[in-house]
Design a protein around this ligand. Structure first.
Ligand SMILES: O=C(O)[C@H](O)[C@@H](O)[C@H](O)[C@H](O)COP(=O)(O)O
Length: 259
């Protein structure tokens, strides 16, 4: 079982600095070892915490051309919709770094705009399989599941991660790589999402959470005291929770490494 670590920061700026260094170090490791770096983004506040990567020293030192970008979950809508996680990431991050457009794997725009969640999930999974066949994405040991290098995740106040919500059955999916939901408690209702086995096969999983609204679920995730999907997060190499003081305020002391 991969170690689950937590890092607690005094401010969001310090958290953003920690996140940038962690990401840049892994970028350098994977670009050197594999010649590519597969990065999975989520929606929510995460994108706003990536801003330190957009300035020195990272903007000029990261090998952006080797990055390949995927989404752990996406709202079923067109790319220009205000709800789109692709649009959020494009406006706040991807449009400001030189990642080749062909290395960015968004939901199918037409199926998204049509609201076809089932087919959009199938199409996204097909796309992942193509990238496995092209050796862009590795597979995890003998399981055949895709193994991403780094996933950058967020958690909602109810403890959901990706679009795996407490009390919803999608979290029990064991075969598909990508599934869908049409009654998400967090709007909008239609989403596609990586399944738990795919999320947990990643080499490195980062869970970035700020603010006191999330504090109860952060504590529950670490103590497994209630149905919190994020409490089931693991990884191949390590999971690191990046927390601000407010989000960490209800954590029991000890039991986990604090870096
Ligand atoms: O599409 C989404 O809604 C996100 O991918 C979602 O899973 C998000 O990561 C969490 O809800 C945390 O969101 P916040 O950071 O905004 O709390």
């Amino acid at each position: 079982m991969a170690p689950v670590k937590r890092r607690v920061f005094n401010t969001k700026n310090e958290l953003a600095a920690g996140l940038a260094k962690y990401t840049a170090d892994l970028s350098s490791k994977f670009c050197k070892e594999r010649g590519v770096f597969t990065v999975v983004l989520s929606g929510g506040d995460l994108i706003s915490w990536l801003w330190k990567l957009l300035g020195p020293p990272y903007i000029d030192s990261i090998e952006w051309s080797k990055w390949h970008i995927f989404w752990v979950d996406e709202r079923v809508c067109g790319w220009d919709d205000v709800d789109s996680n692709y649009k959020l990431a494009y406006d706040g991050f991807l449009s400001k770094v030189p990642i080749p457009a062909e290395n960015i794997y968004a939901i199918d725009n037409g199926l998204g705009a049509e609201g076809n969640a089932e087919l959009a999930a199938e199409r996204y999974e097909e796309g992942l399989r193509q990238k496995v066949n092209q050796n862009i994405i590795r597979t995890y040991k003998s399981s055949g599941f895709p193994q991403f290098d780094l996933q950058l995740l967020g958690m909602g106040p109810d403890g959901h991660m990706a679009s795996l919500f407490p009390g919803h059955d999608e979290i029990n999916e064991k075969v598909k790589w990508v599934t869908y939901i049409t009654d998400s408690p967090k709007p909008p209702p239609k989403r596609i999402t990586f399944t738990l086995p795919v999320i947990n096969c990643a080499s490195y999983n980062v869970m970035a959470v700020c603010d006191k609204e999330q504090a109860d679920s952060v504590a529950a995730a670490f103590t497994h005291t209630k149905d919190v999907p994020a409490g089931r997060l693991t990884a191949d190499v390590e999971v690191v929770w990046f927390l601000d003081q407010a989000a960490a305020s209800k954590l029991p002391r000890g039991g986990c490494s604090i870096l």
